[in-house]
Design a binder for this molecule. Structure first.
Ligand code: GLY
Length: 579
């Protein structure tokens, strides 16, 4: 005879198991449980919205929402920026990072400017010709793939330095990132495509399989859980800088170096320090523009280009007309020629910043400009001066008027494709931003010279251009974008769209873009660039090239009524949040 099982005790057991599980989840997810509107398994992209108090715009809806929540919880723009950046390291792994570096530019409501350089640095074993073979030719992939390509990561040191300006405890700001890593988040179609297309590279360049390679094929809606990254973030939560630059995490990084012959040592990690850089400032048509100093080239480039075109009535020329595009391209040609010759890490090379950003130099550089005629990079060389693609940008403005603009990078998408075994994060391939051989272009086709040659401890020249604008000494815009050497041109065009063409920040960000970087002597245009203007440029003698979209510009503008108008680029999953 069969006996009927008494299901009551086992039901009780199951119920108490679930009660325990949900209590544990509340305990384990203090941030997400306290902010139920942030649901990592169901979220939407918001491209443009106006907020009364504070706003964030970034490459990920979840990261933007986390930043906004920190401000609502009593934090300021610095709290929001720290929490957003740490969240991006989990929910936007292609560029958000703890294994890379970046630049933090801020203007406090009282007018104080802050620039924190946490760019990666060359390891102590680095040397000028480390990427060349015996014939003096670049060794394929050595500066772009695997651990040999990595500079010493700066992101965690930069974030911790930024915390001096924040209000909330660091342990709270890193908590959302830990919860996203530990309990997972749902990936977008874009992320699924990225992970699938890099799977073979991840396996080839890492010593062990990782969270990114756990699935055969990723699809939109899958949940990505990163337990090793969660454990690393918890070590940082507990031990601060030492949680990354020393102990277990540092040991994992150095062990991973051993897999493909990388150069970073325990001593390199321990010695890494972020540097404060005085932000660059210049005026353009009633606007005061603040941007990043070397080792970024971005601030100098936009100062040069905008001052070169300032005497012209660009508004009257019109958006994307032959006249306005050729004028703006000729400014790009001249400024990028100077980039190759004069710019590098100012602690290792005397960058003539003061001259390069002076209005008189800009006018002298344009003295041979002839409207209606295509210039040539054979005859336009760097000026004589007497006296340096995958990245992510986010912007924050809080209710007091503190503005933060951060651009951070692993260099290429998913960096050097190496996930540190045991620690669960990607490493950068930033060493390729040095001139590995003067005269040989890097992955962005950019040339460099002695100013940007490799030396131990030196920081590679960057194009990242986090930028702020004030009018009448009042906060106005926080803006920036990823895109390698196209970054300064994108910011330049975005600002001209707003200032000269009177576009809204969203229109300015979404508008089609063009890019000239001196060498190669060609104008790259996005696929929606007007065909008749491209044909007109060719008829003038320019070479043009159609390429896919470039950049994902994110910005916030303060309206005349004091509202925060936040916009995310149409080109990505970029999304805004605020309150
Ligand atoms: N890795 C891109 C840049 O820093 O310009």
């Amino acid at each position: 005879m069969q006996t009927k099982p008494n299901i009551l005790p086992s039901l009780k057991l199951v119920l108490s198991f679930f009660v325990l599980l949900s209590l544990n989840a509340v305990k384990a997810q203090p941030f997400l449980k306290a902010h139920p509107h942030i649901n990592p398994y169901r979220y939407e992209i918001v491209k443009e919205m106006t907020f009364d108090n504070g706003a964030v715009t970034s490459a990920s809806p979840l990261a933007s929402m986390v930043g906004a929540a920190m401000m609502k919880d009593g934090g300021n723009a610095f709290d929001a920026a720290i929490a957003t950046q740490l969240s991006l390291a989990v929910v936007f792994p292609g560029a958000g990072n703890i294994g890379g570096g970046g630049f933090m530019l801020a203007r406090k409501a009282n007018g104080e400017l802050i620039g924190i350089d946490y760019r990666e640095a060359a390891p102590s074993k680095a040397s000028r010709d480390m990427y060349l073979d015996e014939k003096g030719d670049p060794i394929p992939e050595k500066s772009t793939r695997g651990t040999t390509a990595s500079g010493i990561p700066g992101s965690i040191a930069g974030i911790i330095s930024t915390h001096a300006y924040a209000k909330l405890p660091f342990a709270k700001l890193i908590e959302p990132a830990i919860e996203f890593a530990e309990f997972g988040y749902v990936i977008s179609e874009r992320e699924a495509k990225g992970l699938n297309s890099e799977k073979a590279n991840f396996l080839k360049h890492s010593s062990a399989p990782s969270a990114f390679t756990q699935k055969e094929v990723w699809k939109a809606g899958d949940t990505l859980i990163q337990p090793e990254l969660a454990a690393t973030l918890k070590r940082i939560q507990k031990n601060g800088l030492a949680g990354f630059y020393e102990g277990e995490t540092a040991a994992y990084i150095v062990k991973e170096m051993g897999h493909t012959g990388g150069y970073i040592t325990l001593e390199d990690l321990k010695k890494y320090t972020p540097k404060f850089r005085k932000p660059l400032e210049f005026d353009y048509k009633g606007h005061h523009i603040i941007s990043f100093a070397p080792p970024s080239s971005g601030g100098i480039l936009i100062a040069q280009m905008m001052q070169m075109i300032a005497p012209f009535n660009v508004e009257k020329m019109g958006l994307n007309t032959l006249e306005s595009v050729s004028l703006m391209v000729e400014a790009q040609r001249r400024a990028y020629a100077d980039r190759a010759e004069h710019m590098g890490d100012p602690d290792y090379w005397k960058v003539p910043t003061k001259t390069l950003i002076s209005n008189s130099y800009a006018q002298a550089r344009m003295s041979d400009y002839k409207a209606g005629e295509a210039g040539s990079s054979k005859t336009t060389l760097a000026g004589q001066v007497h006296e340096s693609e995958q990245t992510t940008h986010f912007s924050v403005i809080d209710k007091e008027g503190n503005m933060v603009a951060i651009t951070t990078t692993l260099n290429d998408t998913y960096g050097n494709k190496t996930i540190v075994a045991g620690a669960g994060f990607l490493l950068n391939n930033e060493m390729d931003d040095f001139s590995i051989k003067p005269g040989v272009p890097n992955m962005y086709g950019a040339l460099g010279g002695e100013a940007n040659a490799i030396q131990p401890g030196k920081r590679m020249l960057s194009s990242m251009t986090p930028t702020l604008v004030t009018v009448n000494n009042k906060p106005y815009i926080s803006i920036g974008t990823p895109g390698g050497t196209t970054i300064p041109n994108q910011v330049y065009e975005g600002l001209v769209n707003i200032i000269d063409h009177k576009m809204s920040i969203k229109q300015a960000i979404d508008a089609t873009r063009f890019h000239h970087q001196w060498i190669p002597d060609v104008i790259a245009v996005e696929s929606d660039f007007p065909e008749d203007i491209e044909n007109g440029l060719k008829a003038m003698g320019y070479k043009t090239m159609r390429r896919g979209k470039f950049g994902r510009m994110d910005g916030i503008q303060i309206s005349a009524q004091g509202k925060r108008v936040a916009a995310g680029d149409k080109r990505g999953d970029d999304s805004v949040a605020g309150y």
